[in-house]
Design a protein around this ligand. Structure first.
Ligand code: C5P
Length: 230
């Protein structure tokens, strides 16, 4: 089963404090954005990449794509104010495909086996997202005081990719846009339609590079993988 992927890459990365798009920062000599793109460039199930970018960064990114031999990018639509808008501007250009994946460009450590499981699950159920089990004790807190300890077995930390049948994500985005609903991920838009969203167990390496310390974790993950291959 083939898919196309939407990669929102139009954020400002304020929490990183780099002063420019954090996706241009390098992990072991290569930009974070390229690490992420290479996964999909090499994934045989992926037939196209839609990259939402800031218009003022488009030219720079196009040069990077050429330099690193990334050929699957079909279009670089302008991103929006919020991540959801950036995803939507890609979806507006995409034509009918079987499965659509949405994946944060800031998660460069996603693996082919998790992608394949997501695509299969979305094909079967309509919607499937990557997540990991909560590891710590979880408590609900109000005004600095614990209200309750939440049953950890029912809690998952949600990541991307999030995979959907094309018609479902198009409908979910259209409805969200009409009523002005802003979700923190695409699954929320599908949940609002009353459609079940399945979880595919991912791994703890699939981090989103957000703050300075994530760069250290990120390089450690790359070094470990290089050793595993040696
Ligand atoms: O800021 P954060 O890392 O949570 O954003 C997740 C992803 O969404 C990043 O790859 C970022 O570039 C992208 N994004 C976007 N448009 C926005 C905000 C974030 O494409 N307006």
């Amino acid at each position: 089963m083939q898919y196309e992927v939407v990669l929102p890459a139009a954020g400002s990365g304020k929490r990183m404090g780099a002063g420019h798009n954090k996706l241009f920062l390098k992990l072991l000599e290569k930009p974070i954005l390229i690490h992420t793109l290479e996964v999909f460039q090499q994934d045989t199930l992926c037939t196209g990449i839609w990259l939402a970018v800031k218009p003022e960064e488009r030219l720079y990114i196009q040069t990077m794509l050429q330099e690193y031999g990334i050929t699957k990018v079909k279009s670089l639509p302008a991103g929006g104010v919020e991540r959801q808008h950036s995803v939507h501007s890609c979806m507006k250009e995409m034509e009918q495909v079987d499965i659509v994946l949405v994946h944060d460009a800031a998660r460069p450590f996603i693996t082919h086996d998790i992608i394949a499981n997501l695509v299969q699950s979305a094909h079967t159920y309509g919607a499937a997202i990557a997540g990991v089990r909560a590891k710590d004790t979880m408590k609900k807190v109000r005004n600095g005081v614990i209200e309750e300890t939440v049953d950890r077995d029912s809690l998952w930390m949600i990541q991307t990719p999030q995979a959907f049948q094309y018609d479902l994500i198009v409908e979910a985005e259209d409805v969200a846009e009409k009523v002005g609903f802003l979700g923190t991920d695409e699954a929320m838009l599908v949940e609002r339609l009353g459609h079940a969203v399945h979880i595919v167990e991912s791994n703890y390496e699939n981090v989103k590079i957000t703050t300075q310390e994530d760069l250290i974790f990120g390089e450690a993950i790359l070094r470990k993988r290089a050793l595993d291959l040696a």
